[in-house]
Design a protein around this ligand. Structure first.
Ligand code: PGA
Length: 251
């Protein structure tokens, strides 16, 4: 049985004081919702303050990125050991990082290795652009992202890897994929690609989320699909009522 998971990707929103005010309202709203794993992914500088507010709850924390080295002369970067003292999860290979910060399937692979080596659960993002989608290349692009991004990874426990299918054209656009369409990509492309890397059984155990304009009003539709195990939520995770309803829909 795959336990549903909903992660909120705050992106570059909320200063420390804004984060404190927000989580003071959000945490009581979602803390008692059972049957779903809840993960908040604030900017690095907010982690410590948010962690303090989540003490005693089952709400988990994640980073939005990490460097693949343990430490070193990498100005501006954050390492696995640094994150591991503060959080349990880390988003890797988000399409915004691929588009604006030069991340590739190869850097994703190194980062996934670093996350696992430090006991962090990577939430690995894959998904095709609008152009690739329209050219009929979704299966090719997404399976290559899995193959190259996760190739050679030694996964001892399938609960310690999460995939997020995020069609790039659906992120922040208000134009979500259809629930059936997203489910089909996960069932027909992502799970088979995971099976090729980790075996058939593992491919059925690894959780695969949908991301891209998930809102309170469409969350139930996505989460009722057999191969969608929760969501990676951007914009709507910054609104308490929206995010609470999305978590409830997954529970
Ligand atoms: P969105 O972002 O929900 O605002 O579309 C999702 C994401 O980027 O993870």
């Amino acid at each position: 049985m795959r336990i549903p998971l909903v992660a909120g990707n705050w992106k570059m929103f909320n200063t420390v004081s804004e984060a404190r005010n927000f989580v003071a309202i959000l945490a009581p709203a979602i803390r008692d919702i059972k049957g779903v794993e809840k993960v908040l992914c604030p900017p690095f500088v907010d982690l410590l303050a948010v962690k303090a507010l989540l003490e005693g709850t089952d709400i988990q924390l994640g980073g939005q990125n990490l460097h693949w080295e343990q430490s070193g002369a990498y100005t501006g970067e954050i390492s696995g050991p640094m994150l591991a003292e503060l959080c349990s999860h880390v988003i890797i290979g988000h399409s915004e990082r691929r588009a604006y910060f030069g991340e590739t399937n190869e850097t994703v692979n190194r980062k996934v290795n670093a996350a696992l080596a430090n006991g962090l659960i990577p939430i690995v993002c894959v998904g095709e652009t609008l152009e690739e989608n329209e050219a009929g290349k979704t299966a090719q692009v997404v399976s290559q992202q899995i193959q190259a991004g996760l190739g050679g990874i030694n996964l001892s426990d399938t609960a310690r890897l999460v995939i997020a299918y995020e069609p790039v054209w659906a992120i922040g656009t208000g134009k979500a994929a259809t629930a059936e369409g997203a489910n089909a990509v996960i069932a027909e492309v992502i799970r088979p690609a995971l099976a090729a890397e980790f075996g058939q059984m593992a491919s059925q155990e690894i959780r695969v989320l949908y991301g891209g304009s998930v809102k309170a009003k469409n969350a139930g539709e996505f989460f009722s699909q057999p191969d969608i195990d929760g969501g990676l939520v951007g914009g709507a995770c910054l609104i308490v009522d929206e995010f609470t309803q999305i978590i409830q829909a997954a529970a």
